[in-house]
Ligand binder design. Sequence first.
Ligand SMILES: NC(=O)c1ccc[n+]([C@@H]2O[C@H](COP(=O)([O-])OP(=O)(O)OC[C@H]3O[C@@H](n4cnc5c(N)ncnc54)[C@H](OP(=O)(O)O)[C@@H]3O)[C@@H](O)[C@H]2O)c1
Length: 369
Amino acid sequence: MTTSATKEATTRYAQRFVGRAAAGHFRDAQRIVLSSLGIGTYLGQPDKKTDEAYTAAVVAAVEGGINVIDSAVNYRFQRSERSIGAALPQLAAKGFLREEIVLCTKGGYLTPDSSMPADPNEYFFREYIQHGIFTAKDLAAGSHCMTPKFLKDQLGRSLKNLGVECVDIYYLHNPETQLSEIAKPEFLERVRKAFEFLESAVGAGEIRYYGMATWNGFRQDARARDAVQLVEMAQIAQEIAGGMHHFRFVQVPFNLGMTEALTLGNQILRERRRTLVEVAGDLDITVVASASLLQGQVARNLPPLVAEAFGLKNDAERALQFARSAPGITTALVGMSRAEHVKANARLVGVASATVDEFGKLFSRGESA
Ligand SMILES: NC(=O)c1ccc[n+]([C@@H]2O[C@H](COP(=O)([O-])OP(=O)(O)OC[C@H]3O[C@@H](n4cnc5c(N)ncnc54)[C@H](OP(=O)(O)O)[C@@H]3O)[C@@H](O)[C@H]2O)c1
């Protein structure tokens, strides 16, 4: 048995915060307990200073009641995964076990190692093409690949960077990028091959669940070229592994400026237009919000009606309260390279999420404003 987040250990993690965490901060999904906020590691320079800052931020997050950590192999050229990898032993020394933490990462984008090489083409040829890991025809947009061979290589790198045996959630990173170059039937075939590999990685104990982290795919009008139907993705997983498949998470941008997952009926389920969160709920797929602060843009200068709906101390808190309280969102990811931001945002651990009524008021006020 490899070590990964477990129901028992994540429940024990939540119990550490009894009396400090508000009811509803910890949420059950897919037989693990996840915090309503997660730490993201996308933004920032690929340098030592940012590495150390992310390591300190991840330690502060887990100490502060946030047990969901999100990365991708290409974030800061693999350095974000390594910053998390450096935080895990520090956390273990403080008594926080690997099994209490929900470790998530992604594969799909080509990335160099640590810094941009002087000749990127030479690097990718030497590191990948020469070893038969991908060929030019496997690539979309010059930078995206999701063949089983490539994913196997990337997952291996992520496990090494993170210093773990198993990733809890492994996402295909922006798979809709492929649709800029290939037609839908070919895309579905590539997804099928990727899912077959991901199910085999679950069997090998290298990942616990898999999913899709998207930017446009689930937010577009259903007729857009790069729109993705969640039902079709789940159908593929079902055909490969039956009802016990492990395609159980999707990540979608969701914030005060990007509300489509909750408000746009772009998904078709049993011939009816539904929202992403509705369809995900129906299919037992957990939705994680990314870019909860719209990359910092909604951390300030929000219209007064947001403060009227949510109260709280400042706009950053209100924006996060919006993302973590939305019906159907289990965890809202916020990028935090600074421990000061972790400490500030972790104040919400002790604040109950907004009720459906409070949340709904914001929408009706917004529409009539
Ligand atoms: N397609 C995808 O798969 C995808 C796309 C986007 C994001 N994501 C995931 O979602 C995570 C979150 O998205 P994101 O990092 O792009 O953007 P974000 O969470 O919307 O914003 C992050 C920015 O907000 C700042 N910040 C955090 N707390 C703050 C506060 N209290 N007051 C003011 N500023 C604050 C951060 O600063 P510091 O860094 O200085 O602390 C950072 O610059 C990512 O890190 C990534 O894990 C996935």
